[in-house]
Design a protein around this ligand. Structure first.
Ligand code: SAH
Ligand code: SF4
Length: 340
C-alpha cells in the first residue's frame, strides 16, 4: 500500500492513466483530499466504483499522531507529532496580521550541525516523506479548524538535503485543485547547499528562497556553519546571483545576531559591502538561546544599530520579531523533548 499524500497531481494522473483511468480523475481525487479533506474513499461520491476500489486496494491516507500541543502567550502553537515509525517531529503555527503560517519540519534531525542550533544537536535519522510534510499541514488545519495561508520550510532539517521530497511537497500544497497555498506564500530556507540552489533556480515556481548567511566572512561562517567549508561564501553568492538572474526574484538572507560574534557596526558595513548589487533583503534574527551552547543574543541596542547601519547602506532589512520563545518554539529551538 502507498501513502496517497505522497503524490503530486501530475504523478497521480500518470499513475491513474496507466491503470486505465482518465486524466481528470486525478483532479477529482485531489479535490476530495485537499478541498473537502475526505479520507474515506467510499465517501468520494463522484468517483466510479472501479476507481474507488482501485484506491482502496492500493492507497492509504494515514493521519499523524498528535503527541502534545503547546500554546504560547502570543498564540504561537507548537505540535509534537509521532510518525508511523514512532519518530517524533515538531511543527509550529504562527499567527500574524497577514495570516497564519506553518513552520514545517523536513527531516528527523539534521546533519548540517550548525554550532548554534538545537535541531542540529541530533544527527539526521531520516528524511521526511512528502506525505509526512503534507500531513503536518493537514493535521494543523484540522486540529485548529483553520486555513493556513503561509508555509515556511524552516523546522528541523535542511530542505535541500531532502530536495526531491521537499519540491514534491511544494507542488502538492501549491496545486490549485488542492490546498492552493500561493507560491509566493511558500518559503524554503537553506543553509546554502550550492548545487541545489542551481537546481532550484531552474524550477519555474515563484517560491521564496531564504539563505542562512549569518556571517560576512568565511572564518566566522565556518565556525558557525561547518557547511561553509564545502560551499564558501563566494560560491554561495555566485549561485544566488545565478538564481536571481534566472528567476528575477529577490532573495532573503537570514542573519543571526550573535552577541560579540557578528554584530558590530563594522560587521554591518562589511555585510552591506558583500551584498551590494544583489537583489535581496536581510532578515535579522535575534538569537534564541540554547542551553547547550554559549552563544548569547545581541543586546537590543546593538540589534537596532546593526539594522540602521544596513538601512543607511541602502540594504533593505527587517528585524524579526520572535514568536513562541516561552514554549521553545522559536527559530532554532526545535528539538524533540519528550518526557518518558
Ligand atoms: N536548515 C535550514 C532551515 C531550518 S533552520 C536553514 O538552516 O536555513 C531555520 C532558521 O533558523 C535558519 O536561518 C537558522 O539559522 C535559524 N536558527 C537556527 N538556530 C537558531 C537560534 N537558536 N536562534 C535563532 N535562529 C536560529
Ligand atoms: Fe540544520 Fe538549519 Fe539547524 Fe543548521 S540551522 S543545524 S541547517 S536546521
Amino acid at each position: 500500500m502507498e501513502n496517497l499524500y505522497n503524490y503530486t497531481k501530475a504523478a497521480l494522473q500518470e499513475k491513474l492513466v496507466t491503470a486505465g483511468f482518465k486524466p481528470f480523475n486525478a483532479r477529482q481525487v485531489y479535490e476530495w483530499l485537499y478541498k473537502k479533506k475526505v479520507t474515506d474513499f467510499d465517501k468520494m461520491s463522484n468517483l466510479s466504483n472501479r476507481l474507488r476500489d482501485y484506491l482502496k486496494n492500493t492507497m492509504v491516507l494515514p493521519e499523524l499522531k498528535l503527541f502534545t500541543r503547546q500554546e504560547a502567550k502570543d498564540g504561537t502553537v507548537k505540535y509534537l507529532f509521532a510518525l508511523e515509525d514512532d519518530a517524533l517531529i515538531e511543527a509550529v503555527l504562527m499567527r500574524h496580521a497577514y495570516g497564519k503560517s506553518l513552520c514545517v519540519t523536513t527531516q528527523v534531525g539534521c546533519n548540517i550541525g550548525c554550532s548554534f542550533c538545537a535541531s542540529g544537536l541530533k544527527k539526521k535519522d531520516r528524511d521526511l516523506t512528502t506525505a509526512e510534510m503534507v500531513q503536518q499541514l493537514l493535521s494543523v488545519e484540522t486540529l485548529e479548524d483553520i486555513k493556513v495561508s503561509h508555509v515556511v520550510l524552516m523546522g528541523t532539517g535542511e530542505p535541500f538535503d531532502n530536495y526531491d521530497n521537499c519540491m514534491a511537497f511544494i507542488d502538492v500544497i501549491n496545486d490549485p485543485h488542492g490546498l492552493e497555498i500561493g507560491a509566493r506564500h511558500i518559503t524554503v530556507s537553506t543553509s546554502g547547499i550550492v548545487p541545489k540552489i542551481y537546481d532550484f533556480a531552474s524550477r519555474d515556481k515563484q517560491v521564496n528562497l531564504a539563505i542562512s548567511l549569518h556571517a560576512h566572512d568565511n572564518t566566522t561562517r565556518t565556525r558557525l556553519m561547518p557547511i561553509n567549508k564545502v560551499y564558501p561564501i563566494e560560491e554561495l553568492l555566485k549561485s544566488i546571483q545565478h538564481y536571481i538572474d534566472k528567476t528575477n526574484r529577490r532573495v532573503t538572507f537570514e542573519y543571526l545576531l550573535l552577541g560579540g560574534i557578528n554584530d558590530t557596526e563594522e560587521d554591518a558595513d562589511k555585510l552591506a559591502k558583500k551584498l551590494k548589487g544583489i537583489n535581496c533583503y536581510v532578515n535579522l534574527i535575534p538569537y534564541n538561546p540554547v542551553n547547550e551552547f554559549d552563544y548569547k543574543a545581541s543586546p537590543i541596542k546593538t540589534q537596532h544599530a546593526f539594522y540602521k547601519r544596513l538601512i543607511n547602506h541602502n540594504i533593505q532589512a527587517t528585524l524579526r520579531q520572535e514568536k513562541g520563545a516561552d514554549i521553545d518554539a522559536a527559530c532554532g529551538q526545535l528539538r524533540v523533548k519528550k518526557e518518558s
